[in-house]
Design a protein around this ligand. Sequence first.
Ligand code: SME
Length: 166
Amino acid sequence: MSVSLHALKTLPRSERYETLLLLVDSQLHAEKDRVATLSNLSSLMMGLVDDLNWAGFYLFNGEELVLGPFQGEPACHRIPIGEGVCGKAFASREVIKVDDVLTFPGHIACDSASRSELVCPIVVQGEPVAVIDWDSPHKARFTEDEVILIKGIAELIAAKWIQLTD
Ligand code: SME
């Protein structure tokens, strides 16, 4: 499925976020390969959420989080559960919004440009399986609008997770 982000980037924020959710759902219905699907979702998130320098996934391998499809600078390959913003969001099964990463104890710096971060676990049948991670070069970039959006994306992925194959 081909999607051109150029025109969509000019939409007002609320319409852009609604469109992003529709496109995420459509990608999840179009393809069952996990890497292919999450790769396109990374592109959609990076393209349609303003002021991100990193957007992607860390996937649970049964022991720790491993870097999945993403857009942005090369990132750390593995994050232990309970460590960093990603490992803490995964362990707590809660969204973590960090307004200033320099003040977050244990923050793992992958891109030194990152100043704020939003991480949402993907929870399937009560168990976390992955996280979505967004970084921004601006302090306090993320608002309640982005929390609602990232949770919506995580719920759509969770609903299709079992059907996605390696
Ligand atoms: N900052 C994250 C690590 C991943 S990068 O931001 C891509 C963390 O503290 O878990």
